[in-house]
Design a protein around this ligand. Structure first.
Ligand SMILES: NC(=O)c1ccc[n+]([C@@H]2O[C@H](COP(=O)([O-])OP(=O)(O)OC[C@H]3O[C@@H](n4cnc5c(N)ncnc54)[C@H](OP(=O)(O)O)[C@@H]3O)[C@@H](O)[C@H]2O)c1
Length: 275
């Protein structure tokens, strides 16, 4: 089986790439964009560049594609150009594993299940580019393709396969190391998923016949405050340095406070236990 990981130099992609390299009977290729590449055998590719994408894809001819690319404020471009480039080449035999987000839920209250309606944010909202691009991508994939898995994740945390921490935990650790307090909101609730659990699931889905849309992560949800207290404790710091933050919200940052995910469905098809 030949797997191509787009975004193999990223936080999630690097774990997936490393695991696939270590897996038996798997040939893996991966792409990066900005120097330096995390692995020295990655291909430099801007997925938005049509000709470069076409050349790379025709040469690579993967059986499975993992889409672990993200470009925050330019996420729309990644969908309108990058994902379209990919979909042009995907045959029904090639499986797509696409990473999506809990940000597709901008209405109502969590925990959401896979069947709940997704919705877009107003165009002038600070998160609209990212969130609406994910909604659009999911819509596009479910309409145009049949051989796909969409994995929706909340905040991804922990040390990945190459020793990189997520930005939030990294910043927390820096503050606590110098005995500074850190504040996190207790009213914003999410399903936090460990990067290694997620990467294991991506690798599992790359190699099996499962298809469809799945929420990834543990059963329980937490507020950022609860989660960060737990992180502080796990890293050996005093959890009391983590305080409850202000719950005032700026209008253009508002999304539902609880965008946690119901994760029963994925438990039926994966070997992975979510920590
Ligand atoms: N992190 C989270 O908490 C979270 C939560 C939910 C869902 N997700 C989803 O999970 C996936 C992976 O996220 P991540 O945290 O691993 O993101 P990341 O660390 O920012 O990695 C994203 C990668 O995308 C690559 N990239 C950006 N623009 C590109 C382009 N035009 N052409 C080719 N490559 C491009 C970057 O390559 P270079 O580094 O080489 O420049 C980067 O390595 C994304 O789809 C994201 O939406 C993440």
């Amino acid at each position: 089986m030949k797997v191509c990981v787009f975004g193999a130099s990223g936080y999630v992609g690097a774990s997936v790439y490393q695991k696939l390299k270590d897996a038996k009977d798997v040939e893996v290729v991966g792409t990066y964009l900005e120097e330096p590449a995390i692995f020295d055998d990655l291909y430099k590719l801007d997925v938005n560049e049509e000709e470069a994408f076409s050349n790379f894809y025709k040469e690579t001819k993967p059986d499975v594609v993992v889409w672990s690319v993200m470009d925050g404020p330019n996420e729309h471009e990644l969908i309108d150009r990058g994902l379209i480039n990919l979909i042009t080449f995907l045959t029904p035999q090639t499986k797509l594993v696409y990473m999506s987000s809990d940000f597709v839920f901008t209405d109502g209250k969590g925990p959401y299940d896979e069947e709940d309606n997704t919705s877009k944010l107003p165009e002038d909202h600070i998160y609209s580019n990212y969130a609406n691009a994910k909604v659009k991508a999911e819509h596009f994939i479910t309409k145009e393709l049949s051989n796909y898995v969409i994995l929706r994740a909340g905040p991804i945390y922990g040390e990945n396969a190459i020793g990189k921490l997520d930005q939030r935990t990294d910043e927390l650790s820096c503050r606590l190391r110098s005995d500074q307090q850190a504040e996190f909101r207790n009213d914003l609730v999410r399903t936090f998923v460990h990067v290694e659990d997620l990467a294991n699931v991506i690798v599992e889905f790359a190699g099996n016949e499962e298809k469809g849309l799945f929420h990834v992560g543990p059963e329980d949800k937490k507020s950022f405050y609860e989660f960060m207290q737990q992180m502080a404790e796990q890293m050996g710091y005093d959890p009391d340095l983590v305080k409850k933050g202000s719950e005032d919200e700026i209008a253009d940052r508002e999304i539902p406070k609880d965008i946690s995910l119901k994760t029963e469905k994925i438990k039926e098809v994966t070997k992975q236990n979510f920590r």
